[in-house]
Write a protein that binds this ligand. Structure first.
Ligand code: ADP
Ligand code: MG
Length: 379
């Protein structure tokens, strides 16, 4: 696999078309459309641009300098807690989310949410409301927060994230006021609003002294969900659906359940991670994708980063370091372990003793496994 020459991706229609589109959308006063086009240019620089790196940096700066209608990012403009010290939200002017890989059904729903907003006028014309509120649930590290970034980027608007844990934790007595000021802020301009760690509220309920306060907070939020305007998309994410009050998920217009990635998705996540990294032979990524069932996208990313760090420090090929790091984490009891050991032996020229010490399995077991795998490979 060769390093991907990102710079040569084609912007559909080339530089000329991009300029024309920008002027058309801009003179119609469609600010989020301009940002959307600009974000698209950042992702796919037209081949005619001489210095893509500089071009991208300049575009990013220009996008950041023109915040969405009404939404103010300046110091003193982002809502803070009562003491005025901690900001209650973080704002990403140009959220990324590039490389999000989901099971086809979940991805299709996200794409649909975006398309609804691009074709809002058609929906409004027949009196059908847009998806205003969206609940994402699933285990940790499967891309829920990343999906909110992806949505904001596709819609060409900033992402306003609230960490509910911090809203709730600081001064419990003012959490109602806090959440209201956050929601008001989000309504003041174009954005995607993310209520991350949505279960933080429900979780705190076990603490007797907080119950009254938290009940009020939940009620504030439920009320807000019902009357959330359709200008902005509100996304809530939770790792612990079961901790939410019954029927809370039904208060959302849509609920998308994220699962752990399947082998195809793991492979695609790895391929995104490999974009622009040094050439690697073709056998490593499929093997990694195969041996990581039960892993989350975040687990895979961490393994990737570990292997790449070690490759840089040691000067050993990334693929070798990735397989070593994987070997330390793969369950030595899994059924297809023999094949993995064979790959370690053939590719990394490791002895069965080395494999044994890396994987924590006994040396005779590794030898026997290798023999079996060789037999099968030759059959
Ligand atoms: N489905 C996915 N596709 C691509 N990368 C992912 C995916 N899930 C997780 N990752 C990687 O792991 C990181 C953390 O994921 P995150 O979105 O914070 O998970 P969650 O919010 O579900 O706990 C992401 O920034 C990304 O690098
Ligand atoms: Mg998250």
């Amino acid at each position: 696999m060769t390093a991907r020459p990102r710079e040569t991706y084609q912007f559909e229609g080339g530089l000329e078309q991009a300029v024309v589109d920008l002027i058309r959308v801009g003179s119609a006063g469609h600010a989020s459309g301009v940002r959307q086009l600009a974000n698209r240019l950042v992702r796919a620089v037209p081949a005619a641009v001489e210095d893509p790196v500089k071009f991208r940096a300049a575009l990013r700066e220009a996008i950041a300098a023109t915040p969405a209608a009404g939404l103010r990012f300046g110091a003193g403009e982002i809502p803070t807690d009562q003491g005025g010290t901690d900001t209650l939200v973080s704002v990403e002017a140009t959220p990324d989310g590039h490389g999000l890989v989901l099971a086809p059904a979940a991805m299709a729903e996200l794409v649909e949410v975006v398309e609804e907003r691009h074709r809002a006028l058609e929906l409004v014309a027949v009196g059908v409301p847009l998806t205003r509120t969206l609940l994402l649930s699933g285990p940790p590290g499967v891309g829920k927060s990343m999906a909110a970034q992806w949505l904001a980027r596709e819609l060409g608007v900033p992402l306003v994230s609230v960490n509910l844990a911090s809203v709730v934790s600081s001064f419990l007595g003012s959490s109602g006021r806090n959440i209201r000021s956050v929601l008001e802020y989000a309504k003041s301009g174009d954005c995607v609003m993310l209520l991350d760690e949505f279960d933080a509220i429900a979780k705190r309920r076990s603490d007797e002294s907080d119950i009254g306060e938290l009940k009020r907070l939940v009620n504030v939020i439920l009320l807000e969900l019902d009357r959330w305007p359709d200008d902005n998309l509100l996304v809530a994410a939770t790792n612990h659906l079961h901790l939410l009050d019954e029927a809370v998920d039904r208060r959302f217009d849509r609920h998308i359940v994220f699962g752990l990635p399947g082998e195809l998705e793991r492979r695609a996540i790895l391929e995104h991670l490999a974009e622009g990294t040094p050439a690697e032979d073709d056998s490593v990524l499929p093997l990694m994708a195969e041996m990581t069932d039960g892993w989350s996208g975040s687990d895979i990313k961490r393994l990737w980063e570990l292997g790449m760090r070690r490759a840089v420090l040691s000067g050993v090929a990334p693929g070798d370091q990735l397989l070593r790091a994987l070997a330390q984490r793969v369950d030595g009891q899994r059924r297809d372990r023999d094949r993995f050991w064979l790959a370690l032996s053939d590719r990394l020229e490791m002895s069965s003793r080395q494999i044994a010490s890396l994987t924590g399995v006994s040396h005779p077991t590794v030898s026997a496994g290798l023999k079996r795998a060789r037999g099968r490979a030759n059959a």
